[in-house]
Design a protein around this ligand. Sequence first.
Ligand SMILES: [Cu+2]
Length: 159
Amino acid sequence: MRRLLGLGLAFALIVSVQTARAASQSANIVDFSFEPAAISVGVGDSVTWTNTGSAPHTVSSQSDVETFDSGTLGSGGTFTYTFNKTGSFDFQCNVHPRMVGTVTVSSAPAAPAPVAPAAPGMPASGSATQLPLLGLLGAAGALLAAGLVLRRRIAIRHQ
Ligand SMILES: [Cu+2]
């Protein structure tokens, strides 16, 4: 039962790590720059910027292809944008136009990449569950045999 729980937890952890990896990236807006300024994602991925500075900032695209504008983000404010087109998209802070960055979106979607290594991992975890089960069965059989032998010995002694 504990083993099953452990496996379930491990599986949930793997799944959550994979979905987190595929879906989004985070970046910070500090006073007075974007960190990182250069961000690489796959098509369909989203980027979340968080203003960790104290001054107000914006994340505003300088592109006609991907147009986004966070509006003014106060300290602690966040802005998320999902990139559905490939290319290199410059953005700036409209309050401080010297704050600039670039999001590069590649055609390779980020989702299949983490999924691929999981495929060979699945049979491995499958055989991993069978091995301890066989071991447990073997141990149970050995205990049963030992119990029978002891019983017989005791029975012989009492005759
Ligand atoms: Cu700014």
